[in-house]
Design a protein around this ligand. Structure first.
Ligand code: HEM
Length: 420
């Protein structure tokens, strides 16, 4: 069933035909994937849009999306939602994959979520993240050293993909000799964020999860014997009211950090480069004053969010934008549309690297606010800072060769540029 849905979504011909019939499917239309923003504007103008196919609704205005992310009537616990049932069925007989779904912070809520998130946060502290900044800068420079002689690079494959994987592997304490394998597993786990983005059903993520879990089990045993100054040792040591993380929870949470952080940060770096290529004036402004870089990255996050959309299940009847939503209804929250809401942002469609008031929703809001936001920001600063300093004249086509086919995750699949 899942494989069938994935293949359907992957077929350009089918999505073109079906997209003409229903607003839910229109989101997958290839032209909409290239530029989803006119469609998002229509969603915003409609208030809530009915997505009959999924039996749910889509919110696109800032005020509505904000409520969905903050209010307890909307929950990440989607037990009653049809697609979750498909996923649960598919995970039967695969205990590691099941554990990953059951301990995924993005799929649980309430006291269990508070406990697990609290324990991870004790290990994944701002100090630990900040301490990796100089190393991220060195890594970004090393990756750019490798392309120097070629005179050209694919920003995605040569910089944006490897950087976050190496950084999170080093943070966790994975030896460099194992990092290539780690990256393969990480790529397969992305389907946890967008189950329809795969092509081959549940099998590849299931296999990757089992291999990664076996690997982490061994590494955890080593760290229990001889703790080091790394994130995995800190997660083992994290305690709350004398309670610590169980083995299965540790494996699931370490895998989640890998799954949630890599593809998204890769997209942030890729999207930022696309935006700079498209807006030469803003690029000149930024290159004239690299002190604008942190704010410019926030603006890239606002204008081209790597996570375009999230969703919640309604757990108690609630009124939203004049519509009564009953328990069990699924509601999409279009972060990318909310970020361009003219009711919230002045000149909302404009890409402005000097924008100061910028409360975008690209890292979410409330209890599930992105745990890795500062790490992602730091990596993007390292990558873009190095690129702009070393190759101030880099240039390439303003439209990348293709965008990810997903409706959840937005980023270029490749981004060839010439360095001089
Ligand atoms: C630019 C890069 C990133 C973007 C755009 C992003 C976006 C998001 C968003 C929108 C959410 C909330 C989803 C929801 O409420 O439904 C989230 C949650 C999360 N993110 Fe990120 N993320 C990024 C990078 C990272 C990194 C680097 C890590 C860790 C290494 C990470 C770990 C997480 C985790 C664990 C959660 C779940 C938090 C919870 O449910 O309590 N993310 N992220």
């Amino acid at each position: 069933m899942l494989k069938l849905l994935q293949r359907l979504v992957a077929s350009e011909r089918w999505m073109r035909a079906l997209g003409a019939l229903s607003p839910s499917l229109r989101l997958w239309h290839p032209d909409v994937r290239r530029d989803p923003y006119p469609t998002y504007r229509r969603f915003r103008e409609q208030g809530l849009t009915r997505l009959r196919l999924f039996g749910g609704w889509m919110a696109a205005r800032y005020a509505d999306v904000e409520r969905i992310l903050r209010e307890p009537a909307f929950s990440t616990d989607r037990e009653d939602v049809a697609l979750m049932k498909v996923i649960h069925r598919a995970t039967r007989g695969a205990p590691d994959f099941q554990a990953l779904v059951e301990n995924n912070l993005l799929m649980i809520d309430g006291a269990r979520h508070r406990r697990l998130r609290g324990l991870v946060a004790k290990a994944f502290t701002p100090r630990r993240v900040e301490a990796i900044r100089p190393r991220a800068q060195v890594l970004a420079d090393e990756l750019l050293d490798r392309v120097e002689r070629r005179g050209e690079m694919d920003v995605v494959a040569d910089l944006a993909q490897p950087l976050p994987t190496i950084v999170i592997a080093e943070l966790l304490g994975v030896p460099s000799t194992d990092q290539e394998r780690f990256r393969t597993w990480s790529d397969a786990l992305v389907e946890l964020l967008d189950p329809l983005s795969g092509r081959e059903g549940i099998e590849p993520p299931r296999r990757a999860t089992a291999e990664l879990a076996a690997y982490l089990r061994e590494l955890l045993a080593e760290r229990r014997r001889a703790p080091r100054d790394d994130l995995l040792s800190a997660m083992i040591a994290a305690e709350d009211e004398n309670e610590s993380l169980a083995e299965g929870e540790l494996i699931a949470l370490a895998s989640l950090l890998l799954a949630a952080g890599n593809e998204t940060t890769t997209s942030l770096i890729g999207n930022a480069v696309v935006l700079l290529l498209r807006h030469p004036e803003e690029r000149r402004r930024l290159q004239g004053d690299l002190g604008l870089l942190p704010g410019a990255i926030e603006e890239c996050l606002r204008v081209e969010p790597p996570v375009q959309l999230t969703d919640r299940a309604v757990v108690e009847p609630v009124d939203l934008a004049g519509v009564r939503l009953e328990r069990g209804t699924i509601v999409g929250a279009l972060l990318a549309a909310a970020n361009r809401d003219p009711e919230r942002f002045t000149d909302a469609e404009r890409f402005d690297v000097g924008r100061t008031e910028n409360h975008h929703l690209s890292f979410g809001l409330g209890n599930h606010f992105c745990l890795g936001a500062s790490l992602a920001r730091l990596e993007a600063q390292a990558a873009l800072g190095a690129l702009l300093r070393r190759y101030p004249d880099f240039h390439g086509p303003v439209e990348p060769p293709g965008w990810k086919p997903s409706i959840v995750l937005r980023g270029p699949i490749a981004l060839p540029v010439r360095l001089h």
